[in-house]
Design a protein around this ligand. Structure first.
Ligand code: FDA
Length: 312
């Protein structure tokens, strides 16, 4: 348990603070470390810059916990524009990621389902891949249900995020393997009830390694699973590199992923070593909850923010 982390995650859900922080100059300045810009053009420009360094990118239009249909439709509309905007010679170098609560999951399941189907249809038309982020555990079952339904409808390139801190994730992976999924494995970033998660960091890390081995196992790869190792944890990354070398797993059968603004040195090192390395690149004006989760993950970021607040 980490009270500061819990407090920051609590604040990440407070709407009044969102309004206050989003308009503060110093906070906006610090948020730029993690967010590429306010609109799609700025996002695409940064993505293309990253591509020049050999980094692959997944673009995320920031937004979540949408509570009215109009806002959800606006968010869905933005995602209908992205595939055309990021199409290019290499359909693999730029993809996008989205959150289901941004598409109306908490308003109405069928409404959200239709929004996602429309986006995947448009993405498929441009040979673009979409990954569905994983939010807090209240969303897990509904997110997995929509994901599996989309794979069954034929949207095969679609990816899903799973969280190593959840005790259920091993079973979720095993259930999904026959579908040949694209799975982005992260540690998990939300405040969850203690009964359903590994509460100690060392147990989360051990589970992450166990699940990475499962995703990279011969049975899993034979189903067509594409593992995406989404962590900045150098120990886990080194473990994965050793594992794929020892098991002769080709570099195009998996990839590493990290968030924009975190461990750029490590991102470039993996590219130099010949691995696929994708950067999760958010853009948009609704950056507050995303930004607060980045602060919660690393208190040093909070001191950097406080220093900037008092300097101005
Ligand atoms: P850990 O927290 O142990 O950090 C390892 C090291 O990374 C730290 O020592 C530090 O050096 C660096 N680091 C980590 N976080 C940092 C930060 N905020 N600022 C500066 N340095 C930092 N979560 C989720 O619940 N649902 C989702 O859909 C996603 N999606 C997602 C996509 C991608 C591509 C990534 C990389 C991550 C996510 N996450 C996520 C977030 C994830 O669950 C997790 O909270 C963060 O990645 C931090 O955990 P690490 O694996 O990096 O390990």
């Amino acid at each position: 348990m980490n009270p500061l982390k819990d407090f920051l995650l609590f604040l990440s859900k407070r709407k009044f603070l969102q309004k206050l922080m989003s308009t503060s100059g110093p906070v906006k300045f610090v948020s730029k470390r993690f967010v590429s810009g306010e609109n799609l053009d700025e996002g695409v420009r940064t993505a293309q810059d990253l591509n020049k360094y050999g980094l692959l990118v997944t673009l995320d239009h920031l937004g979540e916990s949408v509570s009215d249909e109009k806002s959800a439709l606006e968010a869905a509309h933005e995602y209908l524009l992205i595939p055309d905007r990021i199409k290019g010679d290499n359909h693999f170098s730029l993809t996008c990621s989205l959150k289901l609560t941004q598409m109306g999951l908490d308003i109405n399941y069928d409404f959200c389902f239709n929004n996602i189907r429309n986006i995947l249809k448009e993405a498929a038309r441009h040979q673009k891949m979409v990954t569905i982020d994983m939010e807090d555990s209240a969303c897990t079952d509904r997110t997995l249900a929509i994901y599996k339904a989309m794979l069954k409808e034929g949207y095969k390139g679609t990816g899903i995020v799973l969280q190593a801190y959840l005790k259920r994730t091993e079973k979720d992976i095993r259930d999904m393997l026959p579908l040949g999924p694209r799975i982005r494995l992260c540690k998990g970033t939300y405040k969850e009830p203690a009964e359903i998660v590994f509460t100690k960091k060392k147990d989360v890390d051990a589970n992450y390694i166990k699940l990475t081995a499962l995703l990279l196992s011969p049975e899993s790869l034979a189903f067509g699973t594409y593992p995406e190792i989404a962590t900045h944890d150098e120990k886990i990354i080194n473990w994965t590199v050793n594992y794929v070398k020892a098991n002769n797993i080709p570099e195009d059968k998996f990839e590493f992923q990290m968030l924009y603004g975190i461990r750029r040195d490590l991102q470039e090192r993996l590219v130099r070593q010949g691995y696929r390395m994708r950067v999760y690149l958010p853009y948009g004006t609704h950056w507050y909850p995303y930004f607060m989760r980045r602060l919660a993950e690393r208190p040093a970021n909070l001191w950097f923010l406080l220093k900037n607040l008092f300097r101005k």
